[in-house]
Design a binder for this molecule. Structure first.
Ligand SMILES: *[C@@H]1O[C@H](CO)[C@@H](O)[C@H](O)[C@H]1NC(C)=O
Ligand SMILES: *[C@@H]1O[C@H](CO)[C@@H](O)[C@H](O)[C@H]1NC(C)=O
Ligand SMILES: *[C@@H]1O[C@H](CO)[C@@H](O)[C@H](O)[C@H]1NC(C)=O
Ligand SMILES: *[C@@H]1O[C@H](CO)[C@@H](O)[C@H](O)[C@H]1NC(C)=O
Ligand SMILES: *[C@@H]1O[C@H](CO)[C@@H](O)[C@H](O)[C@H]1NC(C)=O
Ligand SMILES: *[C@@H]1O[C@H](CO)[C@@H](O)[C@H](O)[C@H]1NC(C)=O
Ligand SMILES: *[C@@H]1O[C@H](CO)[C@@H](O)[C@H](O)[C@H]1NC(C)=O
Ligand SMILES: *[C@@H]1O[C@H](CO)[C@@H](O)[C@H](O)[C@H]1NC(C)=O
Length: 589
């Protein structure tokens, strides 16, 4: 990466057309260029007092912090691992990786929040200051201030970001969390673009979370193409990077459903963009990554008449296999269930069946999900043989084996959100590596066998690196939306994918530098067998590994150069650069 950056920088120096306009945005606290407290105060006054110094969420629990406060600490402890109240704080990220830094941070132990993880409280990777944005004027003012002082900008909503792109040290952050308005237009008139007029268009402010959106549109008997975890800010990095969930098989990616955006561009201008106005910027912000081209403030998106949600659940422990890596490689039940799953996938995807299927060294936890307007018969008949195959096995201890139907997504959410709160706590450390698996891999027994082998090698390998690991197979791919016209900029690999395979690893306490480095390097290699099966393919840029070497091709594919051109047009001075985002120029940034 350093090498790559060097090449790019010498390119800039040699052909330095953009050098005059690119100040680097590299002023850091403590340097002479950093604004004085008087300058910060003047800026604060100019935005009606919405500027704040970052205070880490757990600062009240650190005795040597100026913010030490026992009562405030108890409150934070009570919801430390709960992403909804946690997300109300600027001074945190969902995963501790992105708010802490080597030996510094200000975090608690999620499993016992009375324990502090660091000797003293430091803001570490969190931004220095943030603007609690109330409207677009505050964003324009923040951009102007950052330019004047050569400070880097970061853009953040909830901090639910596996890749940490929304949390950048030494920056002025634009916090969009409180732009949380929601609207429903049964008859939508686009801005100066008759072709984009239509029925049933929702409007979400940049800070709206998935749960609030699902519940709001459900009140209008509508579904929105959001994701699984309800605390995700769905119109931030989620939708701007593609955005997948239970409706993806039926209606495409969230980016595919975009109709119109309100954004603030690097020049401070507020623009309404759609297929007619700034169509290149609109295209880039439909899947080409968050935080890269402009600050999004409103997302207008196609919503759909609400459907019942049907679920098949199967949760069971392996009874005849150990959990050592050699046992995992040799676990017949694991191999046979995964093979059956892979063999059914093509027909399930054709019937729009989706879900989350998790495989661990010690158990399986399978959820097949179908949004469909019936009593559940379609899901039952499509999964009857698989259900019987599972039920017949004698090498499993079954915890749950059932069909459940919910009248709408909001009713399902009430159950799935309670489950996610337990299974996906915030306030821990995590890393992922992932790959999109194309349809053709499922077409022959030989490649299915290679696929199953590759996934199982990953499950076994992950456990040699971390204690809390498993693979999540997500068939939430846009099978009914091939986007022939390339209206979205999400990686073209999405259009042929049937599986998004994620190797997941979690841990609760900071790792030593060298352990973290070797764990990261090991983790990114877990998907090597899957890369071999999908040459020229890609990964979901929001759920991937930060050490991914071939990131341009892996996250953006053949769209990369076109995306760079849009980036250079709308953000010529690179004020919005983020890590391994389009236009990123290396570790110096
Ligand atoms: C900005 O002004 C508000 C309101 O007066 C104040 O609460 C806040 O602490 C100020 N921010 C900074 C960084 O001084
Ligand atoms: C934003 O809010 C401020 C008050 O905080 C107001 O002066 C300004 O006019 C508003 N701008 C817009 C575009 O609504
Ligand atoms: C929807 O708006 C269009 C104009 O954009 C108008 O021609 C049409 O009559 C409206 N339809 C309804 C159902 O209100
Ligand atoms: C949905 O409607 C119910 C009942 O009118 C109301 O209590 C609730 O606040 C609404 N929820 C949202 C998110 O609008
Ligand atoms: C795999 O299982 C077979 C039969 O149970 C056993 O003979 C073999 O030693 C096992 N291999 C490994 C690597 O554990
Ligand atoms: C499961 O067992 C039943 C009864 O023994 C048998 O009829 C059926 O074929 C088996 N199904 C599968 C998928 O193995
Ligand atoms: C599966 O394993 C878990 C964890 O050890 C245990 O709590 C659960 O009871 C087991 N389930 C069955 C059906 O044995
Ligand atoms: C994994 O568990 C072992 C045994 O409990 C422990 O010594 C080790 O520190 C754990 N590793 C990580 C990365 O948490």
């Amino acid at each position: 990466m350093i090498f790559l950056a060097t090449i790019l920088f010498s390119f800039y120096f040699t052909f330095g057309a953009s050098i005059a306009t690119d100040p680097g945005y590299d002023c850091r606290p403590g340097q002479k260029c950093w604004p004085t407290s008087q300058e910060w105060s003047q800026f604060n006054a100019s935005i009606d007092g919405h500027l704040y110094e970052t205070i880490p969420i757990a600062a009240p629990c650190y005795k040597n912090s100026p913010y030490y406060d026992e009562t405030a600490c108890q409150l934070v402890q009570s919801y430390y691992g709960d992403s909804i109240p946690r997300g109300e704080h600027f001074g945190q990220t969902y995963w501790l990786n992105w708010e802490t830094c080597r030996n510094s941070g200000c975090a608690l132990l999620e499993s016992d929040p009375t324990t502090t993880l660091y000797g003293s409280c430091s803001i570490a990777r969190l931004a220095s200051y943030y603007v609690d944005v109330q409207n677009t004027s505050h964003i324009s003012a923040a951009l102007q201030f950052a330019k004047t002082h050569n400070i880097r900008i970061s853009i953040k909503n909830t901090g639910h970001d596996y890749y940490g792109r929304s949390s950048v040290p030494d920056t002025l952050a634009i916090w969009t969390h409180n732009l949380d308005t929601l609207k429903f237009n049964s008859n939508f008139t686009a801005n100066n673009c008759p072709a984009a007029n239509g029925q049933n268009v929702g409007e979400l402010g940049a800070g709206v979370t998935a749960g609030d959106a699902y519940r709001f549109f459900n009140n209008h008997s509508m579904d929105i193409t959001g994701g699984y975890e309800q605390s995700v800010g769905i119109v931030g990095g989620f939708a701007q990077g593609g955005g997948v969930g239970s409706f993806t098989t039926t209606y495409g990616l969230m980016a595919d459903n975009a109709v119109e955006f309100e954004v603030v561009t690097a020049d401070g201008e507020v623009r309404i963009i759609n297929q007619c106005n700034d169509p290149d910027l609109f295209w880039a912000m439909r899947g080409g990554g968050g935080g890269t081209y402009a600050v999004l403030t409103k997302y207008r998106v196609q919503v759909y008449p609400s459907l019942p949600i049907h679920i098949f659940t199967f949760i069971a422990n392996f009874t005849e296999a150990g959990t050592e890596p050699s046992d995992v490689l040799n676990n017949t039940a694991l191999r046979e269930i995964l093979t059956a799953h892979a063999n059914y996938q093509t027909q399930w995807s054709a019937q729009l069946i989706t879900g989350q299927l998790e495989y661990f060294p010690e158990k399986v936890s399978l959820n097949l999900v179908l949004p469909y307007g019936d009593d559940g018969s379609k899901l039952k008949s499509a999964t009857a043989a698989f259900s019987q195959f599972l039920g017949n096995r004698t090498d499993l201890a079954v915890d749950s084996h059932q069909y459940t139907s919910y009248p709408n997504y909001a009713a399902y959410l009430a159950v799935s959100a309670a489950d996610a709160k337990v299974t996906e706590p915030s306030g821990i450390f995590s890393m992922l590596s992932s790959r999109l698996i194309p349809r053709e891999v499922f077409a022959s027994p030989e490649s299915v066998s290679e696929l199953v082998k590759g996934v199982i090698q990953g499950i076994a390998g992950a456990r040699t690196l971390l204690n809390l690991t498993g693979v999540q197979i997500v068939p939430e791919t846009p099978v009914t939306n091939l986007d022939i016209g390339q209206a979205s900029s999400a990686h073209p690999a999405w259009r042929t994918a049937l599986w998004h395979v994620i190797q997941v690893g979690e841990w609760l306490e900071p790792l030593e530098d060298d352990v973290l480095q070797s764990t990261g390097e090991g983790f990114v290699k877990l998907v090597d067998p899957l890369k071999k099966l999908s040459p020229g393919g890609g990964a979901y840029l929001n759920e991937a590994h930060y050490l991914e070497p071939d990131w341009e091709q892996t996250y953006f594919g053949s769209f990369y150069d076109r995306l760079v051109a849009v980036k250079n047009k709308y953000d010529p001075t690179h004020i919005f650069d983020c890590y391994k985002c389009v236009g990123w120029r290396g570790d110096q940034e």
